[in-house]
Design a protein. Structure first.
Length: 289
C-alpha cells in the first residue's frame, strides 16, 4: 500500500476514475482502522458521482474491497456451522454491497455500525433458506424459531415441557398452527436410512431402515405389471378385448358372451387360454415368484 491514513502527507490520484481520492494500490490489504477512515472519504465521493459511470464504479469497488475484513469478521461468528466459510463470506458480501448502496451520509452513523446488520442478516437468511433437510415454507421456518423461544421460556417458568395449549397464546398462534410448527421442525435435520443404530453388543448394529417402515407389497405389484405388459401386447386383438371386458370393465362372462354374441362357455375357454399363456410367460421371466 502506498499510504498511511495517519500520516500528514497522503498520495492522491491525479487522473482517471479515482482522481482526487487517496491512491490505494491494494484495497483488500487496508487495515480495519484505516478502512473506517478511508470509507468515510469514499462514501462521500460515491454520493456525488453519477451512478453507472466508470468513476462511480471505481469508488464502489474500492469500498467493497476495503471492507472485506468486516465481512470476514461477521462470518467468523458462524464458524461452527457445517457450511464452507468461503460460502458464508460470499453471502456476507451481498449484505456489504447492499449496505454500501443504501448508506446515507446524513444519518451521521459509522458505516461499520450500519453495515454489520446487513451482513449478518444476509448470512442468517442464507442459513434459514438452505439449512433445512427438506423444503419447508418460510412461515413455518420462522414459526420454528418462535417455537424454540417459547418452549425455552415456558420450560424455565413451568419446570417441565410446555403443552401445545400453553404454547399457543405465547406464540400468538392457534393450537393447530403450533402443532404444524412442531411437525415442520422435524424437517430441519435428516438422518440416513443406512445410519447404524448401535445395540448392546458391539457387533449388533442395525441400520435405521431395519427399524422403521415395512415391505410395500405394491412395489412387487408394479414390477409384475411391468413384466406383464409385453405379454398382453403379444396376445391377439380378441383376447385383449376379452381381458379388457372382464378385468377393466368387470363384466361377467355371461355379459361378455351377450355383447360378443358367443356362449358363456366359449368366453370361459378363451379367458382360461389367455390367462394360462400370461401365467406361463410370467413364470418364464421369473416374475410373480
Amino acid at each position: 500500500m502506498r499510504i498511511e491514513v495517519a500520516e500528514a502527507t497522503e498520495t492522491y490520484v491525479t487522473s482517471g476514475e479515482g482522481e482526487g481520492l487517496p491512491d490505494i494500490e491494494a484495497p483488500r490489504e487496508v487495515a480495519p482502522r484505516d478502512a473506517r477512515a478511508l470509507s468515510r472519504v469514499f462514501l462521500r465521493e460515491l454520493a456525488v458521482r453519477e451512478e453507472g459511470t466508470a468513476g462511480h464504479q471505481y469508488v464502489r469497488n474500492t469500498l467493497i474491497e476495503m471492507n472485506m475484513t468486516l465481512v470476514r469478521y461477521a462470518a467468523g461468528r458462524f464458524r461452527g456451522r457445517p457450511e464452507e466459510m468461503e460460502d458464508i463470506v460470499q453471502v456476507g458480501m451481498i449484505g456489504l454491497i447492499k449496505a454500501i448502496d443504501r448508506f446515507d451520509l446524513s444519518r451521521e452513523v459509522e458505516f461499520t455500525t450500519f453495515a454489520l446488520p446487513y451482513i449478518t442478516g444476509e448470512i442468517k437468511r442464507f442459513f434459514r433458506d438452505t439449512s433445512w433437510a427438506v423444503h419447508v415454507p418460510r412461515r413455518l421456518q420462522e414459526a420454528r424459531v418462535e417455537l424454540a423461544k417459547a418452549t425455552d421460556e415456558l420450560s424455565s417458568r413451568l419446570g417441565r415441557a410446555p403443552r401445545v395449549a400453553e404454547l399457543a397464546p405465547v406464540m400468538d398462534l392457534s393450537e393447530e398452527q403450533v402443532v404444524e410448527a412442531q411437525l415442520a421442525s422435524n424437517g430441519y435435520h435428516s438422518t440416513s436410512l443406512d445410519a447404524a443404530i448401535g445395540g448392546d453388543d458391539e457387533n449388533d448394529d442395525a441400520a435405521l431402515a431395519d427399524l422403521i417402515g415395512e415391505e410395500d407389497p405394491a412395489l412387487a405389484l408394479v414390477e409384475d405389471f411391468h413384466d406383464l405388459a409385453p405379454l398382453v401386447v403379444a396376445l391377439g386383438e380378441r383376447d385383449r378385448l376379452l381381458l379388457h371386458l372382464r378385468f377393466v370393465e368387470e363384466l361377467t362372462q355371461s355379459q361378455i358372451g351377450e355383447r360378443l354374441g358367443v356362449s358363456q362357455m366359449h368366453v370361459s375357454r378363451l379367458l382360461a387360454r389367455s390367462l394360462n399363456r400370461l401365467r406361463e410367460g410370467m413364470v418364464g421371466t421369473g416374475a410373480g415368484a
